[in-house]
Design a protein. Sequence first.
Length: 224
Amino acid sequence: MIKIIHTQSVDHSNWSLQQLSDEAHFWLNGYVNKQNCRIWSEANPQVYVETPLHPEKLTVWCALWAGGIIGPYFFKNDEGHNVTVNGDRYRALITKFFIPDLNNHDVQELWFQQDGATCHTARATIDLLKDTFGDRLISLFGPVNWPPRSCDLTPLDYFLWGYEKSLVYADKPQTLDHLEDNIRRVIADIRPQMLEKVIENWTSRLDYIRASRGSPMPEIIFKM
């Protein structure tokens, strides 16, 4: 069951001004994290998942709203090597990439949403985001709370990352540069009409959750 907290603080009249953000890992060998998969059986299903010891991967950030996608942003160190995200790198993304790009859009009333990852919710990060968005911040420890483990309410989780991963491995990239090029191409090819449908689907999910006070969503909600 999902509980929406303090949604009365959000202006529901224009959901299209909600900017949703997230990161994802893209492994070069196409590995998919099976952590959230569950196999039900009366007997031991004898299923094994091979996990590479030192996989080559990219950590990618995007923000999605009705007006388009900001990103992708690839986390790299000063030498240009791919790295994972931490608080300092996330704040660098916000100040050096996200806010400058945001300034190219007329989004004075934009709300910003992020999940509860530690790098997102460190005090320095929340202070930085409050300086930019004021009370229009939807986040753990922010003015408007966001429910934990609510992947079914985040379009990047239930749409964008899966859509990308279904396409970027089609030509079997052999290098991280090739994989990065594929990710950039797939995101650039996403049309506004598709994003409009994603936002419509997202608002129907939110409306259902609010009206049902957190009841499980019916299967129809998951159809795009």
